[in-house]
Ligand binder design. Structure first.
Ligand code: ASP
Ligand code: MG
Length: 339
């Protein structure tokens, strides 16, 4: 049992943000494993890394470690991680790009998980351990979007102690030959649910910087309404059609086991957020945008007829526009008018 938590890049973007996360963890003694993403924008910078950028990222993480007053051992881990990145950067030309990139992506996850571990172990009166995600997230060798090997993950997870709070990394794994892989950009949510399924956890909590999953991206329409409860199917359809709040494969591992997934804001930890489970109240709807397409997701989409539908499924209708953002906003405004 226990809870698996995942803190996204925006939740760990600064030392102050990490301190907020530490407070959250202190108030959730049921958490027994935490997945930490690279700090905000770090993975994007690693994608186009230069020696100058590496220096900048190194300084950023070191400054956070100084601010958090972390032990010398954490500073050493950050230095060693930077050294690893430097070596990788030097041999970029000799490597196959996708495999090289997956190894480089590990760097960001290492920096942030060491910072998080350092800050947590200083504050918490519990047995806390840093865990290398590559030791448990076993995958095939499809670099860039590796397929997890669920049986092997289960075997590795069964070796973990039930009394320890583990701090591990997002989206990185390892293939049979011991080479670094990743589950795909933004895949840390998936790491959390894969581990939760293997552990038969009680719940997963995805901590992010928005107050839950909303009827529309709040950056598109600030009248977006947080949806308190939605089905796995609805959340997956939204993610597959462009809603950025969840990685599209996130719910696959937990649906059959009926493990609820909560999406909550680390800035407002006391607001309820969204609970994703097999329950979906009537009248629930959400909008997602991907390129020129706006997808309207609701449980009774099959019964609806509307003008301009370009594709449909049993719980969604797709519309197309050169200005998809405006179209989504208009549809949203119409829908909330009647609420
Ligand atoms: N840090 C990784 C990324 O930015 C994984 C994640 O955040 O989900 O893609
Ligand atoms: Mg994400």
């Amino acid at each position: 049992m226990g809870i698996v938590a995942k803190f996204g890049g925006s939740s760990v973007k600064s030392a102050q943000a990490i301190e907020r996360c530490v407070d959250i963890v202190t108030n959730f003694p049921e958490m027994d494993l935490i997945v930490v993403s690279a700090t905000y924008q770090t993975t994007n910078k690693l994608e186009h890394l230069t020696f100058e950028l590496l220096e900048e990222l190194h300084k950023h993480h070191k400054n956070m470690a100084f601010y958090l007053d972390l032990d010398k051992s954490i500073h050493q881990e950050i230095d060693a991680t930077t050294e690893m990145a430097k070596n990788l950067l030097e041999k970029k030309e000799e490597c196959e790009l996708l495999s090289w990139q997956d190894q480089m992506y590990c760097v960001g996850e290492m920096w942030s998980s060491w910072l998080f571990y350092g800050a947590i172990s200083k504050k918490l009166n519990r047995d806390v351990e840093w865990l290398d995600a590559r030791k448990i997230i076993k995958t095939d060798s499809t670099f860039g979007c590796a397929i997890p090997k669920v049986d092997l993950i289960e075997k590795e997870v069964s070796q973990l102690s039930e009394k320890t709070l583990y701090i591990t990394q997002g989206f990185i794994g390892e293939d049979k030959q011991g080479r670094g892989t990743t589950l795909g950009r933004e895949g840390s949510d998936y790491t959390a649910t894969l581990i939760a399924a293997a552990k038969k956890s009680q719940a997963v909590v995805i901590w992010t910087d928005v107050p839950g999953i909303s009827t529309i991206d709040p950056r598109v329409d600030n009248q977006a309404i947080v949806i308190p409860q939605m089905s796995y199917k609805m959340a997956t359809t939204l993610a597959e059609h462009g809603a950025k709040v969840l990685f599209s494969k996130t719910l696959d591992p937990v649906v059959k086991l009926n493990i609820p997934v909560f999406v909550k804001s680390s800035l407002e930890p006391n607001s309820p957020g969204t609970c994703i489970s097999n329950q979906s109240p009537e009248g629930n709807f959400g909008l997602a945008i991907k390129d020129k397409f706006v997808t309207f997701v609701c449980d009774n989409a099959e019964e609806l007829e509307m003008e301009g539908i370009v594709d449909r499924g049993d719980n969604f209708l797709v519309f197309e526009s050169e200005n998809a953002i405006q179209l989504a906003r208009d549809i949203h405004q119409n829908l909330i008018k009647d609420m």
